[in-house]
Design a protein around this ligand. Structure first.
Ligand code: KIV
Length: 273
């Protein structure tokens, strides 16, 4: 049975991503949180759109990802899904919506899938959330894992520095990646770890490994859209490549509009009825 295709674009599915890894084709993933941005990103040919809980930072202005709620994630995800014709839409289970127990994790996942129309969920963690992942997968919901720097645990880590530099933590991460593969996750995000460890994980497991600050040897890359576009300002990690300086460009355009209004230049005769 095939997945319903809307429009002419061939939809990206978890099977397509697996085939991409097998033929060595890199996977491009970005975040989006609203209809207009998701439409551009999908149209530009992105493979996966992540409705990340980074919405808590870039959309709501919180310092961490912890405050965003399940209802708010569903709101963002629904808007993104309405815009998308091709990309696979993955939604973060927010902090507090799955850590309690596997029943709660399943209920949260079902709400996201039912109320937003997204295609998969992502959760942070390894062995400690195994039971929840199995329960969600058993219900037919594809799960993407997330290891390395997991921002929902920032108060446990204490800092946003590179993870798994020590051998014991690196070995735990490799074991967790194997476990996520064994239970049936379709892909794993690795955040802010040494490039050599990213390479080992990508070669050890058969499912796609998507990196953010995990080096060039993994199967794909993900960035936060607002960082890539230069909308965020005081964030300069080594892994970030900015493709635009949108903050400055938007500021310039808005400044010009303000001047035009004040100078009675806008609207002109052609711009009125
Ligand atoms: O929420 C998010 O944007 C993420 C990415 C950093 C992978 O989880």
């Amino acid at each position: 049975m095939s997945v319903h295709q809307s429009g002419s674009a061939k939809r990206i599915t978890t099977h397509v991503l697996q085939a991409m890894k097998e033929r060595g084709e890199k996977i491009a993933m970005l975040t989006a949180y609203d209809y207009s941005m998701a439409k551009v990103v999908d149209d530009a040919g992105i493979d996966i759109i992540l409705v990340g809980d980074s919405a808590s930072n870039v959309m709501a202005g919180h310092e961490t990802t912890l405050p965003i709620t399940l209802d708010q994630m569903i709101y963002h995800a629904s808007a993104v899904v309405r815009a998308v014709h091709r990309s696979l839409v993955v939604v973060d289970l927010p902090f507090g919506s799955y850590q309690g127990n596997s029943k709660e994790a399943l209920a949260s996942s079902i709400r996201i899938m039912k109320e937003s129309g997204a295609h998969a969920i992502k959760m942070e963690g390894g062995a400690e959330i195994k039971e929840s992942i199995i329960r969600i997968l058993t219900a037919g919901v594809p799960v993407m894992g997330h290891l390395g720097l997991t921002p929902q645990s920032i108060y446990k880590f204490g800092t946003y520095t590179v993870r798994a530099k020590e051998e014991a933590e690196a070995q735990r991460l490799i074991d967790d990646a194997k476990l996520l593969e064994d239970v049936g996750c379709f892909a794993i995000v690795l955040e802010k770890i040494p490039a050599q460890l990213g390479k080992i994980v990508a070669e050890t497991v058969k499912i796609p490994i998507i990196g953010i600050g995990a080096g060039q040897h993994v199967d794909g890359q993900v960035l936060v859209l607002h960082d890539l576009l230069g909308l965020t300002q005081d964030f300069h990690p080594r892994f970030l490549r900015r493709y635009l300086s949108l903050y400055e460009e938007i500021k310039g355009a808005v400044g010009q509009y303000v001047s035009d209004v004040k100078a009675r230049d806008f609207p002109n005769e052609k711009e009125q009825y």
